[in-house]
Design a protein around this ligand. Structure first.
Ligand SMILES: *[C@@H]1O[C@H](CO)[C@@H](O)[C@H](O)[C@H]1NC(C)=O
Ligand SMILES: *[C@@H]1O[C@H](CO)[C@@H](O)[C@H](O)[C@H]1NC(C)=O
Length: 266
């Protein structure tokens, strides 16, 4: 009896899994390791590009530290410490001296300010040119308030994530434990059109990048057939890498490298 129930259960579980799993492999993507955190003892958790800049910001959630590096990514990419000193804590003020407690996610506004879901501090922190501040939660942990009002009075569970929603000029916070989505409106100057380092710059940046990508790709594709038909020769990946580092070695290498670089930048 028990055995038959076991078999029925196993079978139904198996058929359930089989019925649900559909994998469609889509070819055409490549995979490259661009950074290994072992030597510098960095644990990449999330990496994002700061809008209208060539800054990459990396969050190491294990060490509660933010790092930054410059695009483009090369084999020698170096992440330098931006904020957090490796220890868990709660300290606003000077960016270099600030401390966080297991931050989980972060987002940028159009000005490049960083908003941090500082998980274990149950706070939302802001990293700006002026320093690190707390904009929500954190300050009053004993006040468990899930009612709406001043963001500093809000309390979060220690399991939440945030994203920046440009259309609202707001952060949306998904509080997993409280089963809530909460909106924190940001300051208009951090989202509005026309502010020098605001939306205008981001749009110009996006547009510029998009145009240069498109042009580069079109030119790359247009030039490629001529050159590759002249020098038909297979290349290994390391060779291509070297060629890419040295411009204008041969037509093929440089045009391919250009194309690859364009694609990568898009
Ligand atoms: C990050 O934390 C790990 C484990 O605690 C530690 O071994 C490592 O040295 C830290 N990395 C840095 C850059 O402080
Ligand atoms: C927010 O917290 C402050 C400081 O504790 C308190 O004075 C204020 O009444 C609170 N506001 C609301 C709407 O709860």
């Amino acid at each position: 009896m028990a055995l038959s129930i076991f078999f029925t259960l196993t079978l139904s579980l198996l058929s359930h899994v089989n019925a649900k799993e559909v994998v469609i492999a889509e070819n055409g993507y490549t995979f490259t390791t661009v950074f290994d955190g072992h030597k510098p003892h960095i644990f990449p958790y999330i990496v994002l590009q700061r809008p209208s800049s060539s800054d990459l910001i990396l969050l190491d959630s294990v060490n509660s530290t933010f790092y930054t590096a410059q695009l483009p990514i090369s084999q020698e990419i170096v992440f330098t410490r931006l904020s957090g000193d490796g220890s868990v804590g709660y300290s606003d003020g000077d960016v270099a001296l600030a401390r966080f407690a297991k931050p989980r996610s972060f987002a940028f506004d159009f000005r490049g300010n960083v908003y941090v879901a500082d998980k274990s501090n149950r706070a939302i922190r802001k990293i700006s040119a002026k320093g690190v501040t707390t904009i929500a939660g954190g300050g009053f942990p004993e006040k468990s308030s899930i009612k709406d009002g001043p963001a500093l009075n809000a309390s979060f569970s220690n399991d939440f994530d945030l994203t920046f929603i440009p259309g609202l000029c707001a952060l949306l916070v998904s509080d997993h434990m409280h089963q809530l989505i909460r909106q924190i409106n940001l300051k208009e100057e951090d989202c509005t059109l026309g502010s020098r380092s605001g939306l205008g710059a981001v749009m110009a940046w996006t547009l510029g990048l998009g145009l240069s990508c498109l042009l580069g790709l079109v030119i790359g594709f247009a030039v490629r057939p001529y050159i590759t038909s002249n020098t038909e020769r297979p290349q290994s990946l390391p060779l291509q890498r070297d060629m890419e580092a040295l411009p204008n070695q041969s037509g093929e290498a440089s045009s391919d490298a250009l194309l690859r670089r364009q694609k990568r930048n898009c």
